[in-house]
Write a protein that binds this ligand. Structure first.
Ligand SMILES: Nc1nc2c(ncn2[C@@H]2O[C@H](COP(=O)(O)OP(=O)(O)OP(=O)(O)O)[C@@H](O)[C@H]2O)c(=O)[nH]1
Ligand SMILES: [Zn+2]
Length: 228
């Protein structure tokens, strides 16, 4: 689909568009700018991406993954979280369906920015979980905002979405911004020994709809078994 270069609201500028071949097939990549410049406190980029497959304008129940940037896993292969695999699974599913969109939001570290996330990782290495680490730094548990995602969905003319997420707050935030969510589909990734504590904290402390067994125990048990 062609997205004309335009300014649709004072904040949302569509900068560029091109087809990009990926290991999951061709996607149309559209870059949106939300705001003027990187945030001076967090360093977060204003340039968000819509990765589009198929014709989505005017369509109902379009599969959408609203994904937050995670440099550590997506670029460097960090095993501490499930972000990279969630992104890949979303692209794979959308490619299989022949229709859908990944909205890639530059909200590194749940919106606190890369340096703060790495500070939080430092605290996690000393035994704090992901929520307590943020709090010890005087930062919110989750600083993300979804205005840009809602504006991108509106600009792409998507009538309603099937959202790939386990996060109830994301559903609520998008709904409040006027996004019509007809259904939710889970995005469950098997934990590894390093991601298990994070997934467990997401389930216990942030209410994510993740499997309720003690992920930490089971994954660590497997890892210990592997090491023996
Ligand atoms: N502050 C902080 N951010 C993290 C940490 N681990 C991953 N992240 C960030 O968390 C964001 C992803 O959020 P999650 O809460 O894992 O998942 P979600 O997107 O809310 O939920 P789903 O839609 O179900 O995937 C990305 O921006 C990651 O960079 C961490 O330990 N601390
Ligand atoms: Zn991550």
């Amino acid at each position: 689909m062609h997205v004309p270069t335009a300014v649709i609201r004072p904040q949302l500028v569509i900068g560029a568009q091109a087809p990009v071949p990926t290991r999951y097939g061709m996607f149309e990549m559209v870059v949106f700018r939300w705001g003027d410049a990187p945030d001076p406190e967090t360093g977060l980029s204003p340039d968000h991406v819509a990765l589009i497959k198929g014709d989505v304008r005017g369509q109902r129940g379009v599969t959408v993954r609203v994904h937050s940037e995670c440099l550590t896993s997506e670029v460097f292969g960090s095993l501490k979280c499930d972000c990279r695999e969630q992104l890949e699974a979303a692209q794979e599913e959308i490619a299989r369906r022949g229709q859908g969109v990944v909205l890639y939001l530059r909200q590194e570290g749940r919106g606190i920015g890369l340096a703060n996330k790495i500070r939080a990782y430092g605290l996690q290495a000393r035994g704090h979980d992901t929520v307590d680490a943020n709090r010890l730094l005087g930062l919110p548990d989750d600083a993300r905002m979804y205005e840009a995602a809602a504006a991108m969905i509106a600009h792409l003319g998507i009538a309603s979405i099937r959202l790939l997420t386990n996060n109830p707050e994301k559903i609520e935030a998008l709904s409040k911004l006027g996004v019509q969510i007809v259904s939710r589909a889970p995005s469950i990734i098997q934990p590894n020994p390093f991601s298990a504590p994070y997934l467990d904290a997401k389930r216990r402390r942030m209410g994510h709809a993740l499997p309720s067994e003690d992920l930490t125990e089971s994954a660590l048990g497997e890892a210990i078994g592997d090491a023996e």
